[in-house]
Write a protein that binds this ligand. Sequence first.
Ligand SMILES: NC(=O)c1ccc[n+]([C@@H]2O[C@H](COP(=O)([O-])OP(=O)(O)OC[C@H]3O[C@@H](n4cnc5c(N)ncnc54)[C@H](O)[C@@H]3O)[C@@H](O)[C@H]2O)c1
Length: 338
Amino acid sequence: MLKAAVIGVGSMGRNHARVYREMENGVKLVAVADSDEAATARVGITYNVAHYTDYVKMLDEQKPDLVSLAAPTGLHKVIGTELIERGIHLLIEKPLAKTVDEGQALIDLARKKGVILSVGHIERFNPAIMELNRRLKEGMAGRIYKIHAQRLSPYPSRIKDAGVVIDLASHDIDLMRHLMGNDEIVRLYGETLQSINSDREDMFNGLARFRSDAIGVLDVNWVTPTKVRRLAITGARGLFRCDLLSQELFFFENETAPSQWDTLSVLHGVSEGNVLGIRIRRHEPLAAELKDFTNAVANGQEPTVTGEDGLQTLRIALDFVQSAKSGEPISLKRMAVT
Ligand SMILES: NC(=O)c1ccc[n+]([C@@H]2O[C@H](COP(=O)([O-])OP(=O)(O)OC[C@H]3O[C@@H](n4cnc5c(N)ncnc54)[C@H](O)[C@@H]3O)[C@@H](O)[C@H]2O)c1
């Protein structure tokens, strides 16, 4: 039986506690810790587990095998280091850390200590994304021309230590890396705006160029009074449209594309064809994410989202912020695979 604990049981962490509590096989939630006494007591009492305001005391007394770390991003490095030093496997909520150096240090230490490190890029476990990924790999879209992500939200006043690019757009950057497979971003350009925060951006629009020539478009902000999470992928054979909130996936077929697609086929135009609503077997993404992580711990294998994935995504997010500050596009030659 693996003993699980959660550090930081605010808006996200309390869901980790619930999901661990509901796990049936081989994992037991033993404790939660949060510096806010009311928060830790509320979650501890709800799930009938030990609760602490001092996470070090919790680690000393409960000796968990694995931990979800869902404290604010600025604390990921210091708390993550303490966990890894003790040999505790950990899933760090996204983004991995505040800076590339901090993220790299966590990865290096985890490798040295033989600790499994995963990052909470939860959208990979959205069933609509999983189905989309499967169909892209089968070649249903043909050559991909464009991937367009839209993630618009009201303002989350609780997030005090990260701007909208690393906090929110990191979901879409990770999805682009995931769905584009071996393709990599080789050039990017960002524009940001600070409309509500005085010190951090809360609106972001980004453009990315992939090695394959595909174009990535990101439209992300905290200034929209409703929640939108959409992804569209335009390919030679048609358009995928995915709603990540309702977990729906549609395919708009390009009728002009040859039905038997091969690399020699020439596309002579684009016209409206059939529209396919793709059946999705819905599940809770967080439950799938934590199952993936605990399986990785139980079997000593790599999780679906590695620390390295988290770091690459953070790098790209910070490059977008830098590009917006300088007004210049950034070439990412370091990532181009020869
Ligand atoms: N995967 C997702 O979809 C998703 C969604 C929201 C947040 N997050 C991530 O989760 C993390 C937390 O965000 P949130 O929205 O839950 O924030 P939050 O403010 O609601 O929760 C953070 C909690 O950490 C606690 N905390 C602060 N300092 C602590 C310490 N030293 N020891 C223990 N606990 C401490 C706070 O009291 C608070 O309860 C962030 O990294 C955020 O990016 C991920």
